[in-house]
Design a protein around this ligand. Structure first.
Ligand code: UFG
Length: 336
C-alpha cells in the first residue's frame, strides 16, 4: 500500500510519514522544500530505518505530479502541502488562494485520472472562526476570519462537491487544533523560518537564548488567567490521527470530518509554567497588547474522532513541553 504524502517534509507531514512507515505503509513524499529541509528525509530514515521515496516537485505542477502517479502505485493521498502563515495570508491573500487551492485541485484531478479514491485533507480549527462556544464540535458553523482559514474552508467545500459527484470517493477532513511537541528521539520537530509566529517555537527559542523574552499577547481575555486558551496537541498524537483516518477510509466511509485535539484548553500562562516545570528552565516574559485577530478561548470536542476513529490523544502537556525542548536543544539551528 503506497501512501502519497504531499508536504511530507514539513512539520506534521514528517511525523505522519514516520507513523505510516512504522505501521507498515510504503510512503511516497512529494514536497517542493519551499518551507522545509531535505535533511528531514535523513531523520525519517534514522528513526524508521527506511527512506521514503521522495519527489521534489511543486504539486501544482500537473505534469510533475502525473509522473509520480505513473511511477508509483498510489492507494491513498494525505494532502498537507500548502502555505500556513495566518499573518502572511492577510497581507498576500492571492499567494494563498493561488497556491493552496491550486495544489489541492491538482492533487484531486490527478487522483481522479488514476482512480485513486482515498484522500485525507489537512484542515484546521481556524475554519470555525469565532465559535459559538469555546468547546467546538464538527457541526459548528464555518466562518474563518483569515485568508489561510478561508483557503481551508474553500477546499472543504470542494471536497463536499467531489464526494457528492463521486460516491466512491472516501475523504477525511481533519481539523487540527494547535500542534506542538516533537518526535521523542529529538531528531524531528518544528523548524520555523525566522522569528516564530507560534507560541511553542517562540518559547523554545527563549529557552535556548535566541529570543530574549516571550511576548504574551494580552492578559485581559475572558479566560481563567486572562491569557489566550488553546487546545495543544502533541504532533505524534496528531500523526496517529492520520493513520486512524486512513483506516476509516479503507472501510469505504464516504466523506467524514473530525476535530483532532485533546479536548482540553490551556492558557499561555499554563504553557509557560508547564514548560518551566518539565524542563527546569525559566521563561522570562512580558505582557504585550493583544495580537489582532486572536480569539480568547477555544478547544476541541474530540468525541467524534474518539468514537468513530478509535483514536485519542494520549500525550500530556508535560510530554509536549519536554519533547519540544528536547528537539530545540538537540537542534539549536533546526535542520541546518
Ligand atoms: N501567543 C503569545 N505569544 C506568542 C505567540 C502566541 O502570547 O509569541 C499566544 C496567542 O495570543 C494565543 C496562543 O499563544 O493565545 C497560541 O498562539 P499560536 O500563534 O501558537 O496559535 P494560534 O492559536 O494563533 O493559531 C494556530 C496556528 C493556526 C491554526 C490554529 C488552529 O498558527 O495556523 O492554531 O487552531 F489555524
Amino acid at each position: 500500500m503506497s501512501i502519497l504524502v504531499t508536504g511530507g517534509v514539513g512539520y506534521i507531514g514528517s511525523h505522519t510519514a514516520v507513523a505510516l512507515i512504522n505501521a507498515g505503509y510504503e510512503v511516497v513524499i512529494a514536497d517542493d522544500l519551499s518551507n522545509s529541509k531535505q535533511e528531514v528525509l535523513n531523520r525519517i530514515k534514522h528513526i524508521t530505518g527506511q527512506c521514503p521515496k521522495f519527489y521534489r516537485i511543486d504539486v501544482c505542477d500537473l505534469t510533475a505530479l502525473d509522473q509520480v502517479f505513473r511511477n508509483e502505485a498510489i492507494d491513498s493521498v494525505i494532502h498537507f502541502a500548502g502555505y500556513k502563515a495566518v499573518g502572511e495570508s492577510m497581507s498576500d491573500p492571492l499567494k494563498y488562494y493561488r497556491n493552496n487551492l491550486d495544489s489541492a485541485i491538482s492533487v484531486l484531478e490527478t487522483m481522479q485520472k488514476y482512480n485513486v479514491i482515498n484522500f485525507v485533507f489537512s484542515s484546521s480549527a481556524t475554519v470555525y472562526g469565532i465559535p459559538k462556544t469555546a468547546k467546538i464540535k464538527e457541526d459548528f458553523p464555518i466562518h474563518p476570519a483569515n485568508c489561510y482559514g478561508k483557503t481551508k474552508a474553500m477546499i472543504e467545500e470542494i471536497l463536499i462537491d467531489i464526494a457528492s459527484a463521486n460516491p466512491k470517493m472516501n475523504i477525511a477532513i481533519l481539523r487540527y487544533f494547535n500542534p506542538i511537541g516533537a518526535h521523542p528521539s529529538g531528531l524531528m520537530g518544528e523548524d520555523p523560518n525566522g522569528i516564530p509566529n507560534n507560541l511553542m517555537p517562540y518559547i523554545t527559542q527563549v529557552a535556548i537564548g535566541k529570543q530574549k523574552e516571550l511576548h504574551v499577547f494580552g492578559n485581559d481575555y475572558q479566560t481563567k488567567d486572562g491569557t489566550g486558551v488553546r487546545d495543544y496537541i502533541h504532533v505524534c498524537d496528531l500523526a496517529n490521527g492520520h493513520l486512524a483516518a486512513l483506516k476509516k477510509l479503507e472501510t469505504g466511509c464516504g466523506l467524514v470530518t473530525y476535530n483532532l485535539g485533546t479536548g482540553t484548553g490551556y492558557s499561555v500562562m499554563d504553557i509557560i509554567e508547564t514548560f518551566e516545570k518539565a524542563n527546569h528552565i525559566p521563561i522570562p516574559y512580558v505582557i504585550d497588547p493583544r495580537r489582532p485577530g486572536d480569539i480568547d478561548e477555544y478547544y476541541s470536542d474530540p468525541q467524534k474522532a474518539n468514537e468513530e476513529l478509535h483514536w485519542k490523544a494520549t500525550r500530556t502537556l508535560i510530554d509536549m513541553c519536554a519533547d519540544s525542548w528536547n528537539w530545540q536543544m538537540n537542534n539549536p539551528n533546526g535542520y541546518v
